[in-house]
Design a protein around this ligand. Sequence first.
Ligand code: ZN
Length: 123
Amino acid sequence: MKEKDRGQHAEYMMIYVCSTCGLDSAFTETEKPVCRYCDEPTEMKLISKEKITPELIEKRLKASTERMLSNLQSAFESMTEEDKAAFGDQDAEKEMLLLLAKAKELKEKIAQLKLEDPDQKQE
Ligand SMILES: [Zn+2]
């Protein structure tokens, strides 16, 4: 049995997909959905609504590190001479590789993460 409705305590995670860039972002029902990837307001379509559980948070966390890593990787692969020049005196490739290594490390840490819901133990 659970205590109900303690003010603005969020209970659901709603996933919206942006109609402009096609990427999805998660919000709780108390938040206003705004695309996290577009700079301007876009139309956000609700694609799923799930009760917030540790498993769900874990799933989202893993999905977003996965995405971050692949974004970094493709940024690295598509780096132009101009991009490299922006690093100034630093070695652009070396800096990017360091960043990638850190992102991979983070991803591995998150992959090992096990979140537990104390309420669900008895089920
Ligand atoms: Zn967008």
